[in-house]
Design a protein around this ligand. Structure first.
Ligand code: ADP
Length: 590
């Protein structure tokens, strides 16, 4: 920033320049004026003296009777008094016969004036002039002599002391100098006013420029003026405002781009043509586990993955590489697909790498394939059995009892397939969101009693007892009664299936963290700890051998989980300390 003294320097410089010009102009004018004045005055005084000399000659020519020296000297005194100058009368031979400044005796003593330059010149040209020191009266004098027609006088000489002339000149010069001095003062005042005004404008413009430099681009309230200074300031102001607008736009674009990049699920990495890392967005940092990417440094210092190095090298050498799949070394369970393309269509501007994390996609794909394999497998077992027994029946070798048994087996497998297809369809409906909730406040006990009544024959067949215990604060639950019935029925049916004969199955309802917790506890073998979270997966069975086929589809708990989550609830499996499994469903209070 320019310091304050620098600002006033401009004003002072401007002022001194103006005043110097004024002084110079006035000095030159003064000298010229004084010289011409002096010349003019000299000429005028000389001309006056000539006129006076002629006048004196005329006066003398009229008094031709005066021929004696005393009479002539008296005449000289008289004429001298008349014209106010020294008058000397000189005889044609050069003898002084009268002088207005001298007494009669002194006149007689005066030397011959016949060789005086003015007298010689007057004799030759009619008028003679001379400036010199007068020995007689000891003064610098201006002499003018003219011839005269008179019997005793040849020349009349008029003289004026030069001190008089100089005095007159001095007066004029003093007046001139005073006028010049006043003019200079006036000029200085005007120069000061103008320099102050222009200094203020320059300071105003400099102040605005400094403000712009600090980044504050608010336009000034005052105008810049209509002269060239104003035009320059306006042009610069317009350029600065334009640059400011563009910078603003760029900043907005950048912020928008950064927001887009940081909000993207895809990882984006930008590398310039020299292979220096320019940008790594948040998604890319997370995918590649880059804690502190070295922006502006060669990208290999940050990313050493062979797949990325290969892609970057390919684009920088002008090729269009295929997408590459890789797993980050620090996270081998993930799969990332990387594509690279040159920025702005040419490798000269660097390149952009886009990373897609396809781990979830692949997992979903795997789940889908496993599901299809599982369904096929689940259908193949009963179908193989049915086909075998149908063939055995169609051969006609079986006895009536055997045929009966075969038909029962066929019927059981058919039912199993039917259950499977029913469960699959229900899951498909739940997946597609086609099952909507019909919410109501349901009585917990009523819900449990209905399930108990439903499954009483199965429990009785296995000599199991079903007990219901509902704590008072949990007697109402908010849910779709039909769907809650299905979920609870599934859990109790599982308990009946997996717990040994003659055991007790307890259905309970209690408050848990402000929610209703419905539980089904049995005295069966329980579930291995590592399978507790997985039993809710489709077709997941603890006993994978299927040797001991309890007739389930492997989809029951998946449907329970779906139904409960539809209510905004949770379901978990746990093992009881005293043995047996417990399934807990939590639901919102009514
Ligand atoms: P399934 O039709 O095979 O019963 P489910 O989804 O209902 O399918 O159950 C999944 C698996 O969870 C079962 O195969 C079984 O191994 C286990 N399981 C479910 N309930 C119980 C329980 N009460 N006791 C022990 N294991 C159970």
């Amino acid at each position: 920033m320019t310091p304050r003294p620098g600002r006033s320097t401009f004003q002072l410089k401007f002022f001194f320049a103006a005043i110097s010009a004024a002084v110079l102009a006035l000095a030159v004018a003064g000298v010229l004026f004084a010289t011409s004045m002096r010349r003019q005055m000299d000429q005028r005084i000389e001309a006056t003296l000539v006129v006076e000399a002629r006048l004196a000659a005329d006066l003398l020519a009229a008094a031709t009777t005066q021929t004696t020296v005393p009479a002539l000297d008296a005449e000289a005194d008289r004429i001298g008094e008349l014209i106010g100058a020294r008058v000397t009368l000189i005889a044609p031979d050069g003898t002084v016969v009268g002088d207005s400044f001298e007494t009669l005796d002194d006149v007689a003593a005066m030397e011959n004036h016949g060789r005086r330059p003015e007298v010689l010149e007057a004799g030759a040209h009619g008028v003679g002039r001379s400036r010199r020191f007068s020995d007689t009266i000891k003064l610098d004098m201006l002499y003018v002599a003219v011839p005269v027609r008179h019997p005793a006088v040849g020349f009349v000489r008029v003289a004026l002391p030069l001190t008089d002339v100089r005095h007159q000149l001095q007066t004029v010069l003093t007046a001139t100098l005073t006028a010049l001095g006043l003019a200079l003062l006036g000029g200085a005042a005007i120069a000061w006013v103008f320099s102050t005004r222009i200094g203020q404008r320059v300071r105003l413009i400099a102040g605005i420029a400094e403000r712009y430099q600090r980044g504050d681009l608010t336009p000034p309230h005052l105008g810049f003026g209509d002269d060239e200074l104003g035009t320059v300031a306006r042009a610069l102001d317009a350029s600065v405002q334009e640059v400011g607008r563009r910078l603003d736009e760029q900043a907005r674009d950048r912020t928008r781009m950064e927001a887009i990049l940081s909000g993207m699920v895809e990882g984006v990495i930008v590398v310039d043509a020299q292979g220096r890392l320019q940008l790594v967005n948040d998604a890319a940092r997370q995918m590649l586990k880059l804690d502190d990417p070295a922006i502006g440094r060669p990208y290999v210092e940050t990313i050493r993955l062979p797949a990325i190095v290969e892609l970057v090298a390919a684009v920088l050498s002008g090729r269009t590489p295929e997408a590459l799949q890789f797993s980050p070394p620090r996270d081998p369970a993930r799969t990332i697909i990387a594509r690279a393309a040159p920025s702005s269509g040419a490798a000269a501007y660097g390149l952009i790498l886009v990373l897609h994390d396809i781990t979830d996609l692949r997992r979903a794909d795997q789940i889908r394939r496993d599901f299809v394999a599982n369904v096929s497998h689940e259908l193949r077992t009963p179908l193989t059995a049915i086909r075998g027994y149908v063939e055995a029946l169609s051969e006609g070798d079986a006895t009536a009892d055997e045929s009966q048994t075969f038909l029962e087996i066929i019927a059981r497998h058919t039912q199993r397939m039917e259950r499977l297809v029913k469960d699959l369809l229900r899951l498909a409906r739940l997946d597609a969101g086609q099952e909507t909730l019909d919410l109501a406040a349901c009585e917990t006990r009523g819900l449990a009693d209905a399930v108990v009544a439903d499954l009483a024959p199965e429990a009785a067949a296995r000599r199991q007892r079903l007990e219901v215990a509902v704590a008072a604060p949990a007697d109402l639950v908010r849910g779709d009664p039909a769907k809650l019935h299905d979920a609870l029925r599934n859990l109790v049916a599982n308990a009946i299936t997996y717990a040994p004969e003659g055991t007790v199955i307890r259905i309970g309802a209690a408050l848990e963290d402000g929610r209703v917790a419905l539980s089904v506890a049995d005295e069966g073998p329980g579930i291995p700890e590592e399978d507790l979270s997985r039993v809710f997966e489709r077709f997941y069975r603890v006993d994978k051998s299927r040797a001991r086929d309890p007739g389930g589809t492997g989809l029951g708990l998946a449907i329970v989980k779906h139904l409960v989550e539809l209510h905004g609830g949770t379901v978990r499996a746990e093992n009881r300390a005293e043995g047996g499994a417990r399934f807990v469903v939590t639901l919102p209070l009514a």
